[in-house]
Design a protein around this ligand. Structure first.
Ligand SMILES: [Zn+2]
Length: 151
């Protein structure tokens, strides 16, 4: 999936999170969003051709694409600490949701992800091709979702 689709999908999940927790303070929402946006793009730092990987070639060339950076460990650890330190819930849940949104989106592609890397090579994959008309359709569906919201 490309960066634009990842951002849109993360935005959708973030919106749903705000719906579930409407009492969040506006400052906490901003902090949550900053972490959500950053981590929704972060996993692709392992790809030399991605938006982020182009700027961090050393990391991109040292790690396998869709290896450890595309596993569940980072969001799982962030989620765990959000339970232990409620004061840091905003940023930690931003990481959990942003990162998970990226993994869910990539799991729908033919390339898939290895959620338990480096401990297991088990792969979750789907039918979507990055840059295909179907990816654009998903992005368009998210835009449509926001356009019809009764703000
Ligand atoms: Zn990715």
């Amino acid at each position: 999936m490309n960066a634009r689709t990842h951002l849109l999908i993360a935005m959708f999940f973030g919106f749903m999170y705000f719906r579930f927790f409407p009492d969040m303070a506006i400052v906490e929402k901003f902090i949550f969003s900053a972490f959500l946006i950053t981590t929704s793009l972060l996993p692709d730092i392992d790809s030399p051709t991605s938006t982020l990987g182009r700027k961090h070639r050393v990391i991109a060339n040292l790690s396998t694409h869709r290896g450890m950076f595309h596993s569940i460990w980072i969001p799982l650890i962030a989620f765990f600490f959000s339970m232990v330190y409620p004061l840091l819930k905003g940023p930690l849940m931003g990481i959990t949701i942003g990162y998970s949104a990226h993994l869910i989106a990539d799991a729908m592609t033919v390339e898939g992800i290895k959620p338990f890397a480096p401990f297991s090579k088990e792969t979750i994959k789907g039918p979507l091709r990055t840059g295909s008309i179907f990816e654009t359709a998903i992005a368009a569906a998210v835009v449509m979702f926001f356009l019809v919201q009764p703000f």
